[in-house]
Write a protein that binds this ligand. Structure first.
Ligand code: 5GP
Ligand code: SF4
Ligand code: MG
Length: 466
């Protein structure tokens, strides 16, 4: 998911709409915006579909006045699939000291247990979302102000959370102690402040990137007093999601002082060193494989070409919830550039193989177009474990790499060769010259290593074996 918030600008909701549009790649199912105006109180709008199809209408934006606003784009991980509008964030709660709205990116790993406990003690849940627990925990806190209630609530929550919240006067941002999901701070105009999942959404509104919110940090921001920072959680070594670098974030964002594009290009360089192959052409599976393909071509000296063309009007295939749509999706979204491919030995670079749906279809299309050989090079290690921290990977038995060896996968996909970047190679590409420290990995890489930095309590209760 993507989260975004602004304080201290006129008609803040318009800025939030733009920010969410720039974060659309983080969630395409639905979006929501809440705003506060001293005379009009809190207002909210939640809609299915793209930001640009909903939050561009003047008639809707006029209902969201005020200088303080937050928003969320949804990508369903926890909660029901094919969601109901009541699952669309931000969530809102009315407390004795006033209202508050929250938008959450990540996934709470003890949400089932929390929900049971809260329901037993009288909470009435409106949605099936794990994030709603935060509002109910806040309602039960005895603290006298909303930021302290949020602290109380989030201390009981396990897993990954980057939260953007608002009260009548404050914009609040919090990152979980491991900092699994990103969150950055920006400045706009005289006394405007912005919180965003990624820096690319600061650029769209002309805000200046100030810094990342630190793992375990809480910032409380007002237009008059600026940013107040605290560290309410126990210190822990950071475990930022390495897959944000590979796939999830936009290539024009900056993470941990590094350009995501440059990291992905470097992954391609590492891949070309680890798994060279003789060929005529390097092609990307667009868009997610493009920077790595450029790096691979550069390092190998084999020319880069646009062998697969993407229809710009389709969304990310993986994110469409059902198998059937996903299967069709590849063809609706990608087409082979036959004139370029015919008779060539082609290296295809993609960011990841999850179920193998994309790779299989693409291989068929490339061979139909008359390619002489197809070699897959994948910019992440084999995805053998599900993510429980906010990326919707399927159950283990649906993951190709959980059930097959690399050679079986190559056979299953029907390609001439298949190679994945090594975990160490990936760590080198993100700037860890020594590779992965096995005693204490510098990132979360559980979907590749099976080493989960937070015990996925709910899943273990449901029978998942680590
Ligand atoms: P597959 O078709 O193997 O199931 O999925 C792999 C494709 O899905 C890749 O092309 C990748 O770009 C895309 N993808 C989209 N969202 C995700 C995600 O959340 N996780 C992973 N691993 N891949 C994703
Ligand atoms: Fe990221 Fe994978 Fe960890 Fe999930 S399991 S947070 S996708 S590295
Ligand atoms: Mg892709």
């Amino acid at each position: 998911c993507g989260v975004f918030g602004v304080v201290g600008v006129t008609d803040a909701a318009n800025f939030v709409a733009l920010g969410l549009h720039a974060l659309q790649h983080r969630g395409q199912e639905a979006g929501g915006i809440v705003s506060y105006h001293p005379e009009e109180g809190f207002n909210s709008a939640r809609r299915f579909g793209y930001v640009r199809d909903n939050f561009t209408k003047q008639s809707l934006m006029e209902t969201l006045p005020g200088a303080l606003s937050i928003g969320h784009v949804r990508y369903s991980t926890a909660g029901s699939k094919g969601a109901a509008i009541r699952d669309v964030q931000p969530f809102f709660g009315e407390f004795s000291m006033g209202g508050a709205a929250i938008a959450h990116n990540g996934n709470i790993t003890n949400a089932n247990a929390l929900r049971r406990e809260l329901i037993e003690r009288g909470s009435i849940f409106q949605s099936s979302s794990d994030s709603e627990c935060i509002i109910h925990l806040m309602a039960r806190s005895l603290q006298r102000d909303i930021p302290s209630r949020m602290e109380d609530a989030l201390r009981r929550v396990e897993g990954a959370f980057s939260v953007v919240a608002m009260t009548r006067t404050k914009l609040i941002g919090v990152r979980d102690p491991l900092g699994v999901r990103p969150l950055v701070l920006g400045k706009i105009g005289e006394d405007g402040w912005v919180l965003s999942s990624e820096t690319c959404a600061l650029d769209i509104i002309g805000a200046e990137f100030i810094r990342e919110i630190e793992p375990g940090e809480m910032v409380v921001i007002t237009a008059t007093d600026g940013v107040e920072s605290s560290h309410p959680f126990r210190k822990a070594p950071s475990k930022f999601c390495i897959f944000e670098h590979v796939y999830f974030s936009r290539p024009d964002s900056i993470i941990g002082g590094r350009s995501v594009y440059e990291t992905r290009r470097q992954i391609g360089v590492e891949l070309a060193r680890e798994a060279p192959v003789e060929a005529d052409l390097v092609c990307a599976v667009p868009d997610s494989g493009t920077p790595a393909a450029i790096g691979f071509a550069h390092e190998s000296g084999i020319p880069f070409g646009m062998g697969i063309i993407r229809n710009q009007y389709m969304g990310r295939t993986f994110i469409e919830p059902t198998e059937q749509i996903r299967n069709m999706g590849v063809r609706l979204k990608l087409n082979v550039n036959r004139a370029l491919i015919r008779g060539k030995k082609v290296i295809l670079v993609d960011d990841s193989v999850v179920r193998g749906t994309t790779s299989r279809k693409i291989k068929e299309m490339i061979l139909d177009a008359g390619a002489a050989e197809v070699h897959f090079r994948i910019a992440s290690p084999p995805t053998a474990w599900p993510c429980f921290y906010g990326v919707d990977t399927p159950q283990r038995d649906k993951l190709l790499a959980a059930t097959m060896s690399e050679d079986e996968m190559r056979h299953h996909l029907g390609v001439d060769s298949l190679k994945f970047i090594s975990l160490d190679g990936l760590y080198r590409a993100v700037g860890e010259a020594e590779g992965r420290k096995s005693s204490c990995p510098q990132y979360c890489d559980a979907c590749f290593s099976g080493e989960y930095p937070v015990v996925p309590a709910d899943k273990i209760e449901e029978g998942f074996q680590m």
